[in-house]
Design a protein around this ligand. Structure first.
Ligand code: S3P
Length: 429
């Protein structure tokens, strides 16, 4: 994929459905009684991995990839059946961790495996609490990594203080908690995305949220009822166009139907801190998930410091924030983001290496990066490391750099945003 000379981005864009909410709709739909109908489902490879896994667990799922409507014929909390094959999660950390919470409670064993990136990602963070609840994990190669076999069983509730602010860890434990004897409580050090909690509420699960959202308790004995779910556009996908609209000369873009859940909207806060004017219109609320159209236009941005509790609210957007920082005046400091090292790639390393190749003044740190912005960037050959968010971030940077940029492994955008390059191209017409 070669990219150069982005300018004059104009028009409206409809963003594909939210990845986190799409995954959860499959899982809760499978565990509910009756047919859950999902519209706006994300047809990205990660969410298709969730569909494939739950089909292997005996759930009938109809996916119309033209209308993005998915029907999940749920069989209730105890309706899953033993898979005949390995559950292949592909590149999807969310499928791995959330599904493992459900598998931890099943009376049959299941083998979970994924691609080379998944095999390197830390699973100790779910293996520890799920084992405390009574499941056992047989790791087949590296300790605390996939592939593993989960031997599920009679779980009991725990009171877990998670060392990381991670919605995947929180959700995995809460899903296991649906089956555990007694109540299950998770407390996290900072609030992570709360889509599981909101969707639990709409499916009729009795949960208690306290401590400003950071502590969540679920009891067993719930009966989930099928729902209609409309998945809002993914703010993590919108982020590339928000950034592009701000840093591309002579541009104004309206991004329609973006989920602006306050546990996900850190990118908007950062854009404002950097001097952007974000206009919201058509604000509405869908099953507790707020949605709006967002309009941005070309702005001179300035650097800022991003740290602390905002980090989980923008963790997936840090690659594109780093690109904005490279084009901003002054210094941007990103701290408290050591989680970036264990995403689809080590995003601290990969962002620093690639931005340096383009001539940016950037230094990686233990928990983030320091970017002295404003130096003109030049084209380069960028290795995406098959990380979708790296490929999309450098498509924007490459379009604004002098000369051509080539992105290797560029097709990995299929993980979360299959039509990304087309959508970007359409804004140039
Ligand atoms: C996700 C949570 C985040 C995020 C990931 C999706 C989710 O991971 O990075 O892309 O759907 O719960 P962590 O919760 O592990 O930080």
């Amino acid at each position: 994929m070669k990219i150069s000379h982005l300018s004059n981005l104009h028009g409206e864009i409809n963003i594909p459905g939210d990845k986190s909410i799409s995954h959860r709709s499959i899982m809760l739909g499978a565990l509910a009684s009756g047919t859950t109908e999902v519209s706006g489902f994300l047809q990205g490879a990660d969410c298709l991995s969730s569909i494939a896994c739950f089909k292997k667990l005996g759930i009938e799922i109809e996916n119309n990839c033209k209308t993005n409507i998915v029907k999940i014929h749920g069989k209730g909390l105890h309706g899953l059946t033993a898979p005949k094959e390995v559950l292949d999660v592909g590149n999807s950390g969310t499928t791995t961790r959330l599904m493992s919470g459900i598998l931890a409670a099943q009376s049959f064993p299941s083998k979970v495996d994924g691609d080379a990136s998944i095999r390197k990602r830390p699973m100790g963070r779910i293996i520890t609490p799920l084992s405390e609840m009574g499941a056992s994990f047989e790791c087949l190669s590296n300790d605390k990594c996939a592939p593993y076999i989960i031997h599920g069983g009679n779980l009991h509730g725990i009171n877990y203080n998670s060392p990381v602010a991670s919605a995947q860890v929180k959700s995995s434990i809460l899903l296991a908690g649906l089956y555990a004897e007694g109540s299950t409580t998770v407390t996290e050090p900072a609030l992570s995305r709360n889509h599981t909690e909101l969707m639990f509420e709409s499916f009729g699960v009795d949960i208690k949220v306290t401590n400003s959202g950071k502590t969540v308790t679920v009891n067993s004995g719930n009966k989930l009822m099928a729902q209609h779910i409309h998945v809002p556009g993914d703010i993590s996908s919108a982020a590339y166009f928000i950034a592009a609209g701000l840093i591309t000369p002579n541009s104004e873009i309206t991004i329609k139907n973006v989920g602006i859940n306050p546990t996900r909207d850190g990118i908007l806060t950062v854009c404002k801190m950097m001097g952007a004017d974000i206009k919201y219109s058509n604000i509405k609320d869908d099953i507790g998930e707020p949605v709006a159209d967002i309009t941005v236009s070309t702005t001179t941005l300035h650097g800022c410091t991003i740290e602390g509790d905002i980090i989980p609210k923008l963790i997936d957007e840090i690659p594109i924030i780093a690109i904005m920082a490279a084009f901003a005046e002054g210094t941007t400091i990103i701290k408290d983001a050591q989680e970036l090292k264990v995403k689809e790639s080590n995003r601290i390393d990969v962002m620093s290496t690639n931005l340096k190749l383009m001539g940016c003044d950037i230094e990686p740190t233990e928990d983030g990066m320091i970017i002295n912005g404003g130096k003109p960037l030049h084209g380069a050959v960028i290795d995406s490391k098959l990380d979708h968010r790296i490929a999309m971030s450098f498509a924007i940077a490459g379009g604004l750099a002098d000369g051509d940029t080539e992105i290797t492994g560029a097709e990995c955008v299929n993980i979360s945003y299959p039509s990304f390059y087309n959508d970007l191209y359409n804004l140039t017409k």
